[in-house]
Design a protein around this ligand. Sequence first.
Ligand SMILES: [Zn+2]
Length: 172
Amino acid sequence: MEFDFENVEGLGFQTDQFFMEQALRAARRAYQAGEVPIGAVVVRRGEIIARAWNQVETLKDATAHAEMLALTSAQTAYGDWRLEGSTLYVTKEPCPMCAGAIVHCRPDRVVFGALDPKGGAAGGWINLLQSNPPLNHRCEITMGVMEDECVGILKSFFRDAREKKGPPKPGR
Ligand SMILES: [Zn+2]
């Protein structure tokens, strides 16, 4: 399906679905690599400027969450750490570390699929993106975009992992 990005006004919902599908594609890459399947993209003016997936196991780096890698890549694309005017799409609600990084990088919006009532820092457990008193930046939040798909891929990953008594091997 082709998108007319000159005319996205009034197409907010469809546009969010389109970009969340791209984040889900990134999550599938994580799944294939035996990583918890979470993917993220950063969008500016209707264009994807960064895409990333969780790589904690691959990089042996507990900070290598999809959002962190996508933010770093977006800063490179911007040539600036200020991501004003951009939207971060991520398949699962950001954790406190990622929410902290998001506040520092200042995207306008954060859109996510799966809510995380136990550890989410964008309203599920706590809300660092819209804290009161506010941190140095507040983001608009849209939650639950393609929630079924975003939850489904996580459930299926953990089901596989339980059945195999270990994380899925790369190349599955
Ligand atoms: Zn995180």
